[in-house]
Design a binder for this molecule. Structure first.
Ligand SMILES: *Cc1c(COP(=O)(O)O)cnc(C)c1O
Length: 391
């Protein structure tokens, strides 16, 4: 197995914390009941699910019935955005959707699909050079026919944090529902849904040391929502399908650990983050930080490297034992500049050389030092071969 301390891709996924795995274990083979069954096995499973729901609700400052369990944030975004937009169009004739060009694909592609097939009009807000949205821009673009606003809390790709509470205030004053993708924010940033004035908020457990394939959607209870998948009546008719009991238990456990450790982790990672940024900008040429220098996730570092092939760089880092990312889902094959980096105005010469380093519980002082020294050695080498390949 590779060295875990060289895993620098915590925005892609995190390992399940040992305590979380332990909490989940009994719900596979011993307490295996279906929460929808009436007998004791079912009741026990149902109690575990409801306990988990209460735990999650108290961590987000909402009511238990405002939490829906889903298969992850991709599903939560689909359910929340489709389920609300359709009601708004049908009951109030509202067809205007407002979002940003730097959303996760599970938000942007869902909204684009609503525009392409269901009669909505999608408008993209302007963003600044760091990929952030200003509350004033939101205010000027709200219309009487705006069905919803969706703005990412913290960017998975460039780490910038949006002023969500201020945007929430603007939307609430205009009585327009506000959805924010908080998947990357949950480990470090405020999560009280009332203080943030958000109406819908998805989370995904595997981004906070919980299991994959489980997530939640917070949705304010006086907001309409309709199911997008048909089946049984689970989750108050809003999300059909047998509950994933072990994963629901694991999600709640992982979320409370993440919120407990939030400040301690943020302080530690912020120091490492700033050390990596300072040294790399100082010791390498033709490199810039993407995203905001300070209003960014404490664990998130993203660079654009001029005239470097990002996939070649990731492969070279992998050979040296380091797991990093380019930040977007674009894999090997035809290199395409990232949509987010294009949106903040980077030319392909820079945007094709994206590097994302996301810190987490796996890392330590020694691996941070090793990463910096390896980057200083590897980047110029990859840049030289990238230049050769281009002829
Ligand atoms: C990972 C991620 C998602 C998708 O979550 P899944 O549970 O993996 O489907 C959505 N939004 C953001 C910002 C993410 O980082």
């Amino acid at each position: 197995m590779p060295d875990l301390s060289r895993y620098f891709d915590h925005s892609a996924t995190t390992p399940v914390a040992p305590e979380v795995l332990q909490a989940m274990q009994p719900f596979y083979a011993e307490r295996f009941g279906n929460p929808s069954s009436l007998h004791q096995w079912g009741q026990e499973a149902e109690a575990a699910v409801e306990m988990a729901r209460q735990r999650v609700a108290s961590l987000l400052g909402c009511l238990p019935e405002e939490i829906l369990f889903t298969s992850g944030a991709t599903e939560s975004n689909n359910l929340g955005l489709r389920g609300l937009a359709r009601i708004k169009l049908r009951t109030e004739g509202k067809q205007h959707l407002l979002t940003t060009p730097v959303e996760h694909p599970s938000v942007l592609n869902t909204l684009r699909d609503l525009e392409a097939h269901e009669g909505f009009e999608l408008e993209l807000l302007p963003i600044d050079a760091y990929g952030r949205v200003s509350p004033d821009e939101v205010a000027t673009r709200l219309r009487p026919e705006t069905a919803l606003v969706s703005i990412i809390y913290a960017s998975n790709e460039i780490g910038s944090v949006n002023p969500i509470a201020e945007i929430g205030e603007v939307c609430r004053q205009a009585s327009v529902p506000f959805h924010t993708d908080a998947v990357q924010a949950v480990n470090y940033l405020p999560m009280d849904v009332n203080a943030l004035q958000v109406d819908m908020l998805p989370l995904s457990a595997h981004k906070f040391y919980g299991p994959k394939g489980i997530g939640i959607l917070y949705h304010r209870n006086d907001l309409g929502l309709e199911a997008v998948q048909t089946g049984g009546g689970q989750e108050r008719q809003l999300r059909a399908g047998t509950h994933n009991v072990p994963s629901i238990v694991g999600l709640a456990h992982a979320l409370s650990l993440a919120r407990e450790r939030s400040e301690e982790h943020a302080t530690k990672y912020r120091q490492w983050r700033d050390q990596i940024i300072a040294e790399i900008l100082d010791r390498l040429t033709d490199v810039r930080l993407t995203g905001h220098p300070t209003a960014r996730l404490p664990n998130h570092i993203s660079f654009a490297l001029r005239a470097v092939d990002s996939n070649a760089l990731l492969a070279a880092l992998d050979l040296a034992g380091f797991a990093c990312s380019s930040g977007s889902a674009c894999k090997a094959g035809m290199p395409e500049p990232s949509r987010v980096l294009q949106a903040i105005g980077l030319e392909p010469e820079w945007s094709l050389g994206a590097l994302r380093i996301t810190l987490g519980a796996s890392n330590d002082e020694a691996s941070i030092r090793d990463l910096i020294e390896s980057l200083v050695e590897i980047v110029p080498r990859v840049r030289a071969t990238s230049a050769q390949d281009q002829g």
